[in-house]
Every structure is written in structure tokens, then in C-alpha cells.
Ligand binder design. Sequence first.
Ligand SMILES: Nc1ncnc2c1ncn2[C@@H]1O[C@H](COP(=O)(O)OP(=O)(O)O)[C@@H](O)[C@H]1O
Ligand SMILES: O=P(O)(O)OC[C@H]1O[C@](O)(COP(=O)(O)O)[C@@H](O)[C@@H]1O
Length: 307
Amino acid sequence: MIYTLTLNPSVDYITSLNQFNVGHLNRVEEGTKLPGGKGINVSRLLKRMGVTSVALGYVGGFTGNYIETYLQNEQINTDFVHVNDDTRINVKIKAAEETELNGKGPNITAEEMDLLKRKISALTEEDLLVIAGSIPASLPASTYEEIVKTLGENGTSFVVDAEGELLKKVLPYRPFLIKPNHHELGQLFETEITSAEQAILYGRRLLEMGAQHVIVSMAGDGAIFISENEVYTSNVPKGEVQSSVGAGDSMVAGFLAQYEKTKNIEKAFQYSVASGSATAFSIGLATEEKIQQLLDEVNIRKRNGAN
Ligand SMILES: Nc1ncnc2c1ncn2[C@@H]1O[C@H](COP(=O)(O)OP(=O)(O)O)[C@@H](O)[C@H]1O
Ligand SMILES: O=P(O)(O)OC[C@H]1O[C@](O)(COP(=O)(O)O)[C@@H](O)[C@@H]1O
């Protein structure tokens, strides 16, 4: 069974306006509320692709209730730990550029952490856990490392979509897949990634540090897949970006759904990119239909030799 872990879910308020003026009153043209947080997005998209998962994590207050009810209405299995503080609200502004305001998240007590750890230690070698997103500010930076240690003891494989130290610390535990975007990859090595060649170079470093498979997404400039034996590059389909919120999460879901069905890396990568773009071209997450429509526009090329 696939499980997703969102320690810091959010209600995403996705707004669009023609022009965003900092320091002035801005009237929203369209506003949409959606459940968010990286693991939750993965579970929602997996469901649309016919793959069952269970969403784990923390929810609290009226925002937490909203998320839980929304997922249950979509027939997504949830097994959240309930906390006292409200789940955060993240504001996304789509104007000429995209601006995001992501909250810190609720306070998590030691008891609430224990409840979650118990759920994680019940996973087995038959399961895979997708660990995704930031952690609430009250939790230590070692939180993901502690979780993957437990997974290792039970032979549970895992995927990580997180930034900075959270990601770095879990690499020695051999994540099946990680998916930094090119900014996050650059930040890890205190550099700027501006080309596919650089993405491959630094992506390979992540393999050396322990990752089994790496996808580096480069927004409208394509994506790279790197493993010990293969490097693939991809274009992205052309289209109008409505909101890229959840596009990265859709890549993770697309890859896992197709890999689960075919065990074919190239197909899974193609599906991953089509899923990312199908979400970028939507408000909210992609539909399966939209992903299928874009699939033929995603051209995967195998790189030969060491680069
Ligand atoms: N301008 C764009 N045109 C087409 N696809 C896009 C565009 N921006 C993002 N995407 C899709 O979303 C994916 C993830 O975007 P990216 O910004 O790299 O990651 P993240 O959402 O994790 O920050 C890309 O690989 C691509 O499939
Ligand atoms: O946990 P973080 O890093 O603050 O990110 C949370 C945000 O990321 C999202 O999961 C979207 O992620 P992506 O755009 O990277 O796919 C939103 O739903 C949510 O608001």
C-alpha cells in the first residue's frame, strides 16, 4: 500500500488577479480554496489515477476539518493525528508572477508526535511512504531522519519531496525517489542551476549521497531523471500556466502511479512530466483525462555515456 505523510497540510487559497500591487489593496478576480500540502496532493492525484493510498499527517481546527472532510468526500483513505492548533492556510497569488505565502503550521506536542510515530512503525516492507513538504515549526529538523530510521527497521521504502536539511539528512537512508526542483537542488549545493547539464551534475551528487532515483524539475524548461544506470531528459508540453501549485506533487504521483502499474522507468518519467504540466495548466490538480491528452507531447530522451 502507498501511504503519504503530510506533517504540515494546508488549506490553499489560490487567487488570480491581473496585477498584484504590493502595499496596496488588491481585489481578487477569482479565488479557490483547496486542501493542500504535498503528501495530500499526491494522495488526491493517485486517486484520480486509480491508485489507492492512505494519507497520514496532522490536521487540526476548522481548517483541518475542512481537509479531512474534503478528502473523505473524494473517497481518499485518511488516518490523521488530530492536533489542537489550526492547520495553516497558504495563500497563492497568480498575477504576472506567482507569489506564495506559506504558513508555519500548528504546534505539535510530544504526545502527538508519539501517536504519529506509532502509525509509521506499523508500516511493513509491502508499503511505501511518500514523505512530503515542510514540517511545522515546532518540530526539530531531524524529524524526517527519525521517521526514515523507523522505516529502515521495517524494510519500508520511501520517497521524499522536501527542501534543504530535511532532504539532506534522509539521503543516507536511500530514498527510492526524490524530486527537487532546480532551485531546491541549487540551494543544496549553494549554487544556481541554469542548464540540464548542471542539473545532471548535481543530481548525480544526490545519488552519491544515497538517493536511488532523482527527478529534477525545471518548471517550463523541462525535467531530468537520473539513476545509477540511466539519465533521461524531457521537454514539457506547451500550454498556459493557470497555477503551478501542486505541479511538483503531481510529478511524484504520476511517476509512482505509472511505475506501480508498469515498473517501466521511462514511461513513469513521461507520465510524471505530463502530470506536472497537466496540473500547471489547471487551477487545482490535473484530471486523468488532461494528463492523457498531454502524454504524446512529452518526449523522453535517453542520454548516453557519463553525462
Ligand atoms: N511553464 C510551464 N509549462 C509547462 N509545464 C510546466 C510549467 N511550469 C511547471 N510545469 C510542470 O510542472 C512541473 C513541476 O514544476 P516545478 O516548478 O519545476 O516544480 P515545483 O512545483 O516542485 O516547484 C514541471 O516539471 C512541468 O511538468
Ligand atoms: O510544506 P510546504 O513546503 O510549505 O509546501 C506546501 C505547499 O506545497 C503544495 O503542496 C504545492 O507543492 P508543489 O507546488 O511543490 O507541488 C501546496 O499545496 C502547499 O501549500
